[in-house]
Design a protein around this ligand. Structure first.
Ligand SMILES: [Zn+2]
Length: 419
């Protein structure tokens, strides 16, 4: 496997002599510091790592020679001589982010400043039935890499947001049978020859929100991924919550309609069958086939099969009464579910994301009314309900955070000043 000399883990080093290990850890610690906190002077880095000025100067010079660190010139004076500032070279390394959905996959390349530097690679394919999807993703990623002109060896890892249940111990998908015979990461590692980290999509979005979105600096936040299904990623006590086996957050699958419609999980009347993107698309398709009057007809050339959740949102934005009514009912149903979450978790914030999050007011207003009815008002008062500001990028940014988190994980075993 292609393992980067700095962005690899201490335990992956072939030769583990203590001097080499110390050097490696110090470089990595400096890179982490610049990644997390931006510009730093040599005295700043000395204080943060507990190492001497000559050692830091030598190490910084090596990092500059290796292209990882840039000399940013003279900083602001804080009395006395003004120190030179150093920063991480954003183009030194890249992460590949893959956001897989039930019906479409999005691929992007991000630099170390977590900016998306490639065009969007979108693959429309049904995850359930497509055996060749990993190969298609690999080909698309190669195309993006070629178009941006970056060196493949500068990729440090791949972060994948994957839908459905993923067993925490085996790393295998429990939802998609074509992905259930080996750990999910293996499917991608075999193609990419890079470290690959896979996590449930709603949880990846929560990670993105927690690092770069509205959940930044917050301890207890619930993130809802409302797309084809309904996912829930939880940040509890400042940490991503996975549950005992890695299955926590299956919020879409509790019964709201006894004897309701059949759900993809095999049960009936789940929240997902009334309040997800697929659910409202399906309802609009049936209503249109039965002669309902709506702009949806014009938007789809009178072809009900062409209605998807985004078309319903678009119709609502054109003030179509039918579509507004449909989204409003969806908001109300979601509110019933979210009321339960508020009562149980007492979160400070709930972030609505995913494709349907974009319908904003059409859903949030009825949702709030529903919360007034079903949540305990004293608990609700402390909880803000917002829509994601990262929007469709939250999973890609989360995938980036997933890779960087794993890469710096080994430093936790070697606390500061102990190199
Ligand atoms: Zn279900």
């Amino acid at each position: 496997m292609n393992v980067d000399p700095i962005f690899s883990r201490a335990d992956m080093m072939e030769e583990n002599s203590s001097i080499r290990l110390k050097k490696f850890l110090l470089k990595k610690r400096i890179v982490q510091l610049l990644y997390l906190e931006g510009n730093k002077s040599i005295p700043d880095i000395g204080r943060a790592t507990g190492m001497s000025i000559p050692t830091i100067t030598r190490t910084i010079n090596e990092l500059i020679d290796e292209g990882l660190v840039l000399d940013n010139g003279i900083g602001a004076s804080i009395g006395g001589r003004r120190p030179n500032l150093y920063l991480l070279n954003p183009e030194a390394r890249y992460v590949l982010g893959i956001d897989m959905g039930r019906f479409a996959t999005r691929i992007s390349i991000l630099n170390l400043n977590r900016q998306i530097i490639s065009s969007d690679g979108i693959i429309v394919s049904e995850l359930e039935n497509d055996e060749s999807i990993v190969e298609k993703i690999f080909q698309k990623a190669k195309e993006l890499i070629a178009n941006t002109g970056i060196d493949y060896r500068k990729l440090i890892g791949v972060g994948v947001a994957f839908p459905g249940l993923i067993d925490a111990k085996s790393g295998m998908s429990q939802t998609y049978k074509n992905f259930s015979d080996r750990p999910l990461s293996r499917f991608f590692e075999d193609k990419f020859d890079l470290p690959v980290f896979v996590e449930n999509d709603a949880r990846v979005m929560a990670l993105g929100e927690s690092y770069f979105g509205l959940a930044q600096g917050k301890e207890n936040v619930l993130c809802l991924n409302i797309g084809a299904g309904i996912g829930l990623g939880m940040i509890l006590n400042g940490k991503l919550y996975r549950g005992n086996s890695g299955f926590a957050g299956e919020f879409g699958h509790f019964e709201v309609e006894p004897e309701g419609k059949l759900c993809i999980c095999g049960k009936r009347g789940c929240l997902e069958t009334v309040a997800s993107g697929s659910a409202i698309a399906k309802r609009a398709q049936i209503d249109m086939a039965n002669g309902m009057i709506s702009i949806l007809g014009r938007l789809t050339d009178e072809n009900p099969e062409r209605i998807d959740a985004e078309t319903v949102v678009k119709a609502a934005q054109l003030e179509d009464q039918y579509a507004i009514g449909l989204l409003s009912e969806m908001g109300e149903q979601l509110g019933k579910g979210i009321a339960v979450l508020i009562n149980i978790f007492n979160p400070e914030m709930i972030i609505l994301g995913g494709k349907i999050g974009m319908a904003e007011n059409y859903i949030i207003d009825p949702l709030q009314l529903s919360l007034n009815k079903y949540a305990i008002s004293r608990i609700k008062r402390d909880c803000q309900i917002v829509t994601s500001k990262l929007r469709e990028k939250s999973a890609l940014l989360g995938a980036f955070a997933l890779v960087i988190d794993k890469i710096f994980e080994d430093l936790k075993e070697y606390p500061n000043n102990k190199f």
